[in-house]
Design a binder for this molecule. Structure first.
Ligand SMILES: *Cc1c(COP(=O)(O)O)cnc(C)c1O
Length: 400
């Protein structure tokens, strides 16, 4: 019996059973559905992509996995080389792991230990954002600010190791002023906060954060697990403002295999690099650098580059803006669009009750949550398919 995620099992409705998937489509026994969620924002090239399939099959002929403890292999080496040259600035050191949550844990551990290695043991605090989501493991829940996990707050009380601020510059400046001696890092989902409700904010906030981190010597971490690989309309937000540590996941493997990477810059790496064995980073997920995942990631990045995905994403944003122009409804609080993400926020979550079944009937898979109806489509989507996704959203409001 499967225990499903984020569900009260007693009342959950039967999930749709997928029997096949190709391109942007999911196939159930009786319906063909555009996946407007990209399987939790990861399947950027669509399903059953021939080149991605082939890359994995080729690696499978050699081996599917060997551990990175004491061993290494070409796929992981090539992927780290590629990321080193492809990512901005001196983000050069790749620590692989099997999921975004773990990769964020690694980033937080790096930030804490970076200062411990220097004898700055008082720097135990993390600055984070209100509405942040960084994963479902305990430390990532602690630095997150997500209603779903408030039971943890009830159990332990508010952590004294984290401060949450809104995405406003005065609050940012005040927090640095007040806590700079205890902080080891400031972690953000840059520009777009996904699970917190597709909240969007301005780059000026991140630019100011970079200045303050430099001024006070605090590490800046970008959790681009969701925003990476073009979702905000930027290849990475890290292309605009350079963090000290960058976390990638979700679309890293084109949504093929769970994998993630924590990429550190030279400053962070050098904080661990010396004669003292206790200064080493003591972490090692069993499946880090999995060869099938690395092969998929390499091919995914190759497709992203050679097929000019950035212009595909630009088009998705343009079509979305055009189609949403002039659309309004008194039940809708705000329509937000950024790159390959569109979100309709309603005042009352009850308004979205029944939307999933409505969309299913119209050949769209959607999964609204709380008061957010959104789409994050695969980048290979065709114009008429994207219009169908958006029309379905509009029709929901027009027909009731
Ligand atoms: C999904 C997500 C994570 C967690 O990734 P998992 O692979 O689900 O563990 C972390 N951070 C952000 C911003 C995410 O969207």
């Amino acid at each position: 019996m499967i225990w499903y995620p984020y569900e009260q099992m007693k009342t959950m409705k039967t999930p749709y059973k997928i029997e096949d998937a190709q391109g942007v489509y999911l196939y159930t026994k009786d319906q063909k559905l555009i996946d407007s969620v990209s399987s939790w924002w990861s399947v950027i090239h669509g399903y059953k992509h021939p080149e991605l399939n082939n890359a994995i099959e080729e690696q499978l002929k050699k081996f599917s996995h060997v551990m990175l403890g004491g061993l290494t292999h070409e796929a992981a080496q090539k992927l780290s080389d590629k990321l080193q040259s492809w990512l901005p600035g001196d983000l050069d050191y790749c620590f692989f792991s099997d999921s975004g949550s773990v990769a964020v844990e690694v980033a937080l551990k790096m930030a804490l230990q970076y200062y411990m290695n220097r004898g700055e043991n008082q720097r135990t605090m993390v600055l984070a954002l209100e509405r942040a989501y960084h994963g479902d493991t305990f430390k990532t829940m602690e630095i997150g600010d997500d209603e779903d996990y408030h039971f943890v707050l009830n159990a332990y009380g508010k952590s004294k190791h984290v401060v949450h601020i809104p995405t406003e510059i005065p609050a940012l400046e005040e927090a640095f002023e007040k806590y700079h001696e205890q902080l080891n890092c400031f972690i953000v989902e840059p520009l777009l906060q996904g699970a917190g409700g597709m909240q969007m904010y301005d780059i000026s906030f991140l630019k100011r954060a970079r200045q303050l981190c430099d001024q006070y010597g605090i590490l800046l971490i970008f959790d681009e697990v969701a925003t990476g690989f073009g979702r905000t309309g930027n290849r990475f937000v890290a292309d605009l403002v350079l963090p000290d540590i960058l976390v990638l996941g979700k679309a890293l493997t084109g949504g093929y295999i769970g994998h993630a990477v924590t990429v550190a810059n030279h400053k962070v790496y050098e904080g661990f690099y010396d004669e003292d064995p206790t200064h080493a980073l003591m972490h090692g997920p069993t499946f880090m650098g999995n060869a099938l995942a690395c092969s998929a990631a390499l091919k995914s990045i190759e497709l992203f580059e050679t097929q000019d995905y950035m212009s595909k994403i630009k088009q998705i944003a343009e079509i979305t803006r055009r189609e949403m122009e002039g659309f309004a409804d008194p039940r809708i609080k705000e329509i937000r669009i950024m790159g390959g993400c569109v979100c309709l926020e309603v005042y009352d979550p009850a308004v979205l009750q029944g939307y999933q079944a409505f969309a299913y009937e119209r050949g769209v898979f959607s999964r609204p949550f709380l008061s957010y109806l959104y789409a994050m489509v695969p980048y290979i989507i065709r114009e008429e398919e994207l219009i169908r996704v958006l029309d379905t959203m509009k029709e929901w409001f027009r027909t009731r």
